[in-house]
Design a protein around this ligand. Structure first.
Ligand code: PEP
Length: 251
């Protein structure tokens, strides 16, 4: 059976006191969950304290970005080995905010994906279209190109050690969610495209949906056959909301 995963993406939010309060509530709120994985991707400076809080729990943690370089004169960058030092399981790569606000194109995203895997991290590879691209009918073409860059560099088999997150850009942080059927259609497109290259990898690949997932819409999204959990922004900052989203995975 495919692994289901809910991962919080805190973005650039939080402080030590708030993070502790949030995580302590989440730890007890998801303690009884079976068959579902929960993770939080936090700002780099908090990795140490998050590691200390989550070490003996059923919640894993990760980062929201990582350098494609191993080490060297790359001021401001954080390497995969540094993330491993703090016990990270996941690194998000190619989040649309990185692609659009920080100019990360698909080739760089692919390099980050491969660097993460080479270090033993699981990349959460984000793909998704803008509203203009959806309206122009190019959603599938855009997603295909984003995936192709990664497959060209790392090979299709690499997806057996990765998570893909379909995040329509028009749904991120906007309160507009893709309908379950809209999301399912893209997830199915992703899975069938990969299946054409390796059926086993496609069948076992965790494909998350991300984009304004909340307590009140998570269950219907997660009930779709190709949606294996979610990448959660805003709702991951509110303990009761995040816990409810995690529980929706089991329904
Ligand atoms: C995200 O940051 O990946 C995200 C999906 O954000 P939100 O849930 O706030 O739309």
């Amino acid at each position: 059976m495919r692994k289901k995963l809910v991962a919080g993406n805190w973005k650039m939010h939080g402080n030590l006191a708030e993070n502790n309060e949030l995580l302590n509530a989440v730890v007890s709120g998801v303690a009884g969950l079976r068959d579902a994985s929960v993770s939080v991707c936090v700002p780099y400076p908090y990795l140490s304290s998050v590691q200390a809080t989550l070490r003996d729990t059923n919640i894993t943690w990760g980062a929201q970005n990582v350098s494609q370089y191993d080490k060297g004169a790359y001021t401001g960058e954080v390497s995969t080995a540094m993330l491993k030092d703090f016990g990270c399981t996941y690194a998000i790569v190619g989040h649309s905010e990185r692609r659009t606000l920080f100019g990360e194109h698909s080739k760089v995203v692919a390099e980050k994906y491969l660097a993460a895997q080479n270090a033993g991290l699981i990349p959460i590879l984000c793909v998704g279209e803008t509203l203009e691209q959806r309206e122009a009918g190019t959603t599938e073409k855009i997603i295909e190109e984003q995936l192709k860059a990664v497959i060209a560099l790392a090979g299709v088999d690499s997806l057996s050690k990765a998570v893909v997150a379909y995040e329509p850009i028009w749904a991120i942080g906007t309160g507009k969610t893709a309908s379950p059927q809209q999301a399912q259609d893209v997830h199915e497109f992703i899975r069938s495209g990969i299946a054409a290259q390796n059926a086993g990898v496609a069948e076992n690949l965790t494909i998350q949906y991300g984009g304004s997932v909340k307590a009140n819409n998570a269950a219907e999204l997660f009930a779709m056959p190709d949606i294996d959990g979610g990448l959660i922004g805003g709702a991951s900052l509110i303990a009761s909301d995040f816990i409810a989203v995690c529980h929706a995975l089991q329904n």
